[in-house]
Design a protein around this ligand. Structure first.
Ligand code: HEM
Length: 184
């Protein structure tokens, strides 16, 4: 039977000669590995006897580390709460999606505005064709003027919507704070 390790048990193993750390709900005995740790022995000694999940993630460990740590596993840590996987990614996905959808709905409205503008232009041109007091050139210019003003409003609105999308992404990239691993 696998015995659950309490934080008090864990805290008893905090020296170079007896070095345990907990990562993501499991406790690892890194005594034999510490000297070979690519990130250095000091950092392991610093977090020995504690739940080092946060610094572990912060260091940006990859698959090599995940594979290597299996053989050092002692057992599960008591009271570990499993965080929803890829929470940060879900936030990013949701925020980006909302940004994209607002952009998409923006362009949808832009599309209908353009249609409105074309209809207005056509009406004005037809007025020019049938009307006695309006010349074809005047009505055509009127159509262009109306089209460009409505079009500018639409473009301005679309631009602000697009800016919102960028703003969302910036916020997403700012959270959570992750320092990328150095390339070797
Ligand atoms: C639990 C067992 C651990 C194993 C098996 C492990 C393994 C590794 C490996 C293989 C690397 C090289 C980079 C990679 O391939 O990911 C690495 C780098 C590193 N590790 Fe660990 N590690 C462990 C725990 C920790 C802990 C608890 C810390 C605490 C802060 C830590 C801090 C670092 C740092 C700072 C680097 C260097 C990152 C860099 O500069 O590229 N490691 N580790």
């Amino acid at each position: 039977m696998v015995s659950i390790i309490t934080l008090t048990d864990l805290s008893q193993h905090k020296t170079v000669q007896d070095l345990w750390v907990a990562v993501h709900g499991n406790v690892y005995d890194l005594t034999s590995f510490a000297a070979d740790h690519p990130g250095g022995i000091d950092i392991l000694v610093e977090c020995a006897g504690t739940d080092a999940t946060e610094p572990y993630d912060y260091a940006g460990h990859g698959d090599d580390a995940t594979e290597a740590m299996v053989k050092f596993k002692v057992g599960p840590l008591e009271g570990h709460q499993v965080k929803p996987k890829n929470a940060a990614h879900s936030i990013k996905a949701a925020t980006t999606a909302s940004g994209v959808s607002s952009w998409a709905s923006g362009s949808g409205i832009l599309g209908s505005q353009s249609l409105l503008v074309v209809i207005m232009g056509v009406i004005l041109m037809l007025m020019g064709l049938v009307g006695k007091n309006v010349s074809l050139v005047d009505s055509f210019l009127g159509g262009i003027l109306a089209a460009s003003s409505v079009g500018s409003v639409g473009l301005g609105w679309g631009y602000f919507k697009f800016k919102e999308t960028l703003k969302h992404q910036k916020e997403v990239f700012e959270y959570p704070a992750v320092i990328k691993r150095r390339k070797r």
